[in-house]
Ligand binder design. Structure first.
Ligand code: ATP
Ligand code: MG
Length: 292
């Protein structure tokens, strides 16, 4: 990453989870299409939910480690990560980087995670490794978010098996709907064979360009495909959103007055309502807008 901000090596010492909550809903951000905004959405939703008072765990399930580095954690200096959770089934709290932001914990990932898919082949219960590992953390959080890689392989299947809901980010681009059938088929398969309660929480339109007719057309088309599932929040194409991760910052930290920040704040509110998260009281403040 060409980061202008600092990356910190994660501290992983004797973290102990507090328990006692109702089990947290687990949400996977999935689309096998690359570069549609899964990570940007998972990271910014996590930060907004934490700022509004929820206790949040973000799980990076992508060997690219983009969610990890987007939050300023050095993905090349990890001592423990999702890889260890999946392959060794070590206790979940031994993999957590606590308080990457107030109220937000992270299970990071780096390139080594790519090996997990190969190592797990042939193991029984390989689709349930993440679900099993996360079970011990469910009552410690209000919500758990999982950032999936751009594939429908074992890592994504593990995420879908551990999740109660899926959010599908879709880029407002030509061929946006291509491959969506395959994603829905995978979700249905996981639902039938591994995880009956799984549902699609919604579809989030990303990188919307108000100057093009194409963006509006794609939103219309997706609305026809998922009439009740599309989130009202639509994320604009914004240079600020693309810049923020290189500073290890969420958009609300990098440019809280931007339209991208407004959009992700609205999305986080809608997601919280759809998941029926308990109202933590205070809401994050966003001031006037500045970017384009
Ligand atoms: P991958 O499939 O590789 O995991 P992804 O689906 O997680 O990708 P992101 O990494 O979130 O997608 O976004 C892809 C790229 O587009 C990143 O460089 C990101 O900073 C940028 N980006 C994301 N959302 C926006 C947006 N709304 N406007 C402009 N750029 C964006
Ligand atoms: Mg990603």
């Amino acid at each position: 990453m060409s980061g202008a901000g600092q990356s910190v090596a994660p501290a992983l010492t004797g973290y102990r989870l507090e328990r006692g909550n109702a089990p947290a809903p687990v949400v996977a951000f999935a689309n096998q299409k690359g570069g549609v905004g899964k990570t940007t959405t998972a990271v910014n939703a996590s930060v907004f939910l934490a700022r509004s008072g929820h206790r949040v765990l973000l799980v990076d399930m992508d060997p690219q480690g983009n969610a990890t580095s987007s939050l300023g954690v050095d993905k090349d200096a990890l001592t423990r990560s999702t890889y260890d959770l999946l392959t060794e089934q070590i206790p979940v709290e031994d993999t957590i980087v606590p308080q990457v932001r107030p109220g937000l914990d992270l299970i990071p990932a780096g390139p080594v995670l790519a090996g997990a898919e190969v190592e797990l082949v042939g193991q029984t219960g390989r689709e349930r490794k993440l679900e099993k590992s996360l079970a011990a953390a469910l009552t410690s959080y209000d919500v758990i978010l999982i950032d999936c890689p751009p594939s429908l392989g074992l890592l994504t299947v593990n995420a879908l098996t551990a999740a109660r809901s899926v959010v599908v980010p879709i880029q407002c681009e030509f061929l946006a709907l291509e491959g969506l059938g395959q994603l829905i088929q995978t979700i249905d398969l996981v639902k039938q064979s591994l995880n009956p309660p799984l549902d699609v929480a919604g579809v989030l339109m990303t990188m919307y360009d108000a100057r093009t007719r194409l963006s509006a057309h794609v939103v219309e088309e997706v609305r026809r495909y998922f009439p009740h599932r599309i989130f009202n929040a639509i994320v604009p194409r914004s240079v600020r959103l693309a810049e923020a991760p290189s500073y290890g910052q969420a958009i609300v930290e990098y440019d809280p007055a931007s339209r991208g920040s407004d959009a992700y704040e609205s999305f986080a509110r809608e997601l919280s309502a759809r998941l029926r998260l308990p109202d933590p009281g205070s809401a994050p403040a966003s001031t006037e807008r500045s970017d384009s």
